[in-house]
Structure formats: C-alpha cells, structure tokens
Design a protein around this ligand. Structure first.
Ligand code: ADP
Length: 401
C-alpha cells in the first residue's frame, strides 16, 4: 500500500511517498518557487540517491507532474508506474467548523473546502490546487484531506469565542480555530504510547515550536484550548509573527503611519516576532548564536520568547487543573535545550522538574527529560505530520472497502 502525501503551499509543494506496510518513507522532496523564476524540484530517495531538477514550473499542477515524473523515473524513482500509488493525502490548513476529522475528498467536500477559503485566503487555495491537480492527473486515485484545525474542534465555546459581538461569530464564523492540530494530536498520543499510559485519562500540554508556534491544552484526549486563533497570528511569539498583541497598538499604528490592510498584515505576519525584536533573523539557530555573542536584542528576543511559552504553560495548567505530561516538539522544541531549560525553570511548584543532564544536547529524539521526582513527565517528541496524514489516508481508504 503506497500513499503520497502532499503539502502544497503558495510557492512550494512538499511531498513524501510512504510504503504503509512498514510506514517507511520511500522518497521525499520539495518543489520550490512554483510560479516564480528559478523553480526547481529537490528529490531524495530512501537510499540517499538525490537529484535537483530545474524547470519552468508555472503552476501547482506542473509541479505535481514533476513530482510524479521523478517518482517513476528509472534513475531516481521508487515506483515502476503511477498505478502503484493507492491514495494521496493532503494537508489542508483550514477546515473551519465544517471538518472535525480527516475526510475522503469528494466533490461535495471540495465545495465545503472552497467555502473555507475566506478564512484562510493564503493557505487553502494552494492546498486546493494540489487536490485539483491530482484529480486531473490521477483521476482514479482516492484522495484524503487532513486539516490543521480539525483536532481543535473539541474546544469548548468558552475557549474558542472572542469577546466580540456574538453576531460576528454567526455572520462570519469569527472565532478561534487553532492550527498545528495534526502535530499536537500526534505528539500527545505518541507520548502516551511511549509512557504506557491511557491517552484518555491524561492532562497534556503540547508546545509545537517551529517557524510557526502554538501550544495546546489536551484533556482526556481532547484539545480544550490552543494559542492560535482565527488565524495563525495569535498566541506565542514566532519567527516573524508577533503573537498576542494589544489590538490598540494596531489601531494606533494604522492611524499614525496610515497603514492599509496588506501593510498591516505584513507587519504582524512577516516583520514581527523574533525577526522584528532581534533584527538578526527569524531563525532560532542564528538568534541563539547572536545571543551567545552578546547581541542584546537577540538576548531580549529569546527571553521574551521563553517567557511567553512559560506564561501559556502556567495558564493551561490552571485550565486543566493539573498536568501529567508536558511535550516539546517542532524544530525549536525538539532541538533547543536552552529554550527547554529556560521555559521549565522555577516550575517545580507546578510539578515540573527537568533533568539537566537528560535535556542537555538532546536534539530531535524522543526522550523523557524530567527527573523521576517530577510530578509531570516532560518529554521531547519529534513530530511527524506527514506520517499522520498518511495514516489517516490509509484508514479512510480502508474504510472504503
Ligand atoms: P516549520 O514550522 O517551518 O516546520 P520547523 O519545525 O522546521 O519549522 O522549525 C524551524 C525552526 O527550528 C527554526 O527557527 C530553526 O532555527 C529551529 N531549529 C532547528 N534546529 C535547531 C537547533 N539545533 N537549535 C535551535 N533551533 C533550531
């Protein structure tokens, strides 16, 4: 059983081909600069064979044709023919209130996905382009959609409503949806499997810290709160997004600098966060390096980043009424021991005690990093959103039989 997982962004297409009998990744890669100058495909097979193919990739369908071409190529491929692809799973960013789990893609589902575009105008259109392309190129192959928002659909009204006029919720669906649900679901379940505890009894906080970052409170297997909102801007400080902000700041700036919608959007999405504070980079490794060299703004940005994560953990422990497992994941959560140490410092009174020896130098590996005496288990769990998409897709197509 072979499943192709696609994550189509505005100018990129990430892909992984899974053999589901062993959950092995047969090949993976990325098409970059779709519809831009200098587009290319970077492909890697499981045996390490790599290739970069340059070409004029003017749209997502052409990009996916390149992907299918390299997957079946004699020299770099992993498949004899495209008939070996049993299903395609897509990452879809926004499912609004229409989707609370992964689904088989039908014409009716596509229509509903199109209705969600309004809420994620930057993300959903490229996701849909990938779906249309597969419909054209592999019309017989079933497709599944796996939504970033679906896992958080269990949040109660008290967490997801904004204190705005209620009519804006009924009219436009203005509420908090949350993102990274696939990752929060995967790492929380994985941690319970690893610890041998029942997922449906645990109070868990998952910190997904990558370029985008969000934190979730999970009670007995259900997401009950998360830091991202209607859009991915809310919550933690991110690479280039500001996270929580007094809305008055925006009103002030829009007035003072006569900012329009697109400039304001660029300000909070692209020029803020770690990049905006440090002035160094949005990349955590570069910021940590600059901080180690004494760059004051880099140091400040790291302190602010850690403080915001800590503040959310504290509030979620209050919300959950306790904590059994605290999980770090995402490029930063999995790799930065200094971040984990700083976030978990002085949290003993909340049952969090990390073992410095276990934490130090730990990168990208599943491990418990708390002391045996710690009431809550603290863990690093590498995320694997592509595998979840492949597994959900497999389950959906198995149910078709
Ligand atoms: P995305 O959200 O795009 O999937 P990732 O989860 O890959 O991003 O996370 C990217 C972030 O992880 C970057 O800020 C990068 O600097 C950070 N990162 C990767 N490796 C390390 C490391 N060894 N130490 C600190 N940060 C790291």
């Amino acid at each position: 059983m072979k499943i192709l997982v696609l994550n189509c962004g505005s100018s990129s297409i990430k892909y992984q081909l899974f053999d589901m009998t062993s959950s092995e990744v047969l090949a993976k890669g990325i098409v970059e600069k779709v519809a831009l100058k200098g587009s290319f495909l970077k492909h890697e097979r499981s045996d390490g064979e790599k290739v970069i193919l340059e070409g004029e990739i003017l749209d997502h369908q052409t990009g996916i044709e390149y992907v299918l071409g390299v997957l079946t190529s004699e020299k770099y491929g992993s498949l004899k023919s495209l008939n070996e692809i049993d299903a395609v799973g897509h990452r879809v960013v926004h499912g609004a209130e229409k989707f609370n789990s992964s689904v088989l893609i039908t014409n009716e589902v596509i229509e509903k996905m199109e209705e969600c575009i309004d809420l994620a105008p930057l993300h959903n259109p490229p996701n849909l382009k990938g779906i249309y392309a597969i419909k054209n190129l592999l019309p017989q192959v079933p497709q599944a959609g796996v939504f970033d928002t679906a896992f958080h659909q269990t949040m109660p009204e008290t967490s997801y409503m904004y204190a705005l006029p209620y009519s804006l919720y009924t009219k436009y669906g203005i509420r908090r949806y949350g993102f990274h649900g696939t990752s929060h679901r995967y790492v929380s379940k994985k941690a319970c499997q690893e610890l041998g505890v029942d997922y449906f009894t645990q109070k868990i906080i998952t910190c997904h810290l990558g370029n985008g970052a969000s934190i979730a409170a999970i009670d007995k297997g259900k997401s009950v709160d998360t830091s991202m909102g209607l859009t991915p801007v809310e919550g933690l400080i991110m690479g280039t997004r500001c996270g929580d902000l007094d809305l008055g700041v925006l009103l002030y700036l829009m007035d003072k600098e006569e900012l329009g919608i697109s400039t304001t959007s660029a300000l909070i999405n692209k020029h803020s966060g770690m990049l905006g504070i440090s002035g160094v980079s949005s990349d955590m490794r570069e910021i940590e390096k600059a901080a180690a060299e004494g760059n004051k703004r880099a140091i400040l940005s790291l302190e602010m980043y850690d403080y915001r994560v800590k503040k959310y953990i504290g509030s979620y422990i209050a919300t959950l009424g306790g904590l059994d497992i605290l999980i770090f994941t995402g490029g930063i959560g999995e790799n930065s021991d200094t971040l984990r140490k700083s976030v978990c410092s002085n949290m003993e009174f909340l049952g969090i005690e990390i073992d410095e020896q276990k934490n130090k130098g730990l990168r990208g590996k599943l491990e418990v990093i708390s002391k045996p005496s710690s009431k809550a288990k603290v863990m690093v769990v590498p995320t694997n959103e592509e595998l979840v998409i492949a597994e959900d897709t497999l389950e959906i197509i198995n149910n078709l039989k």
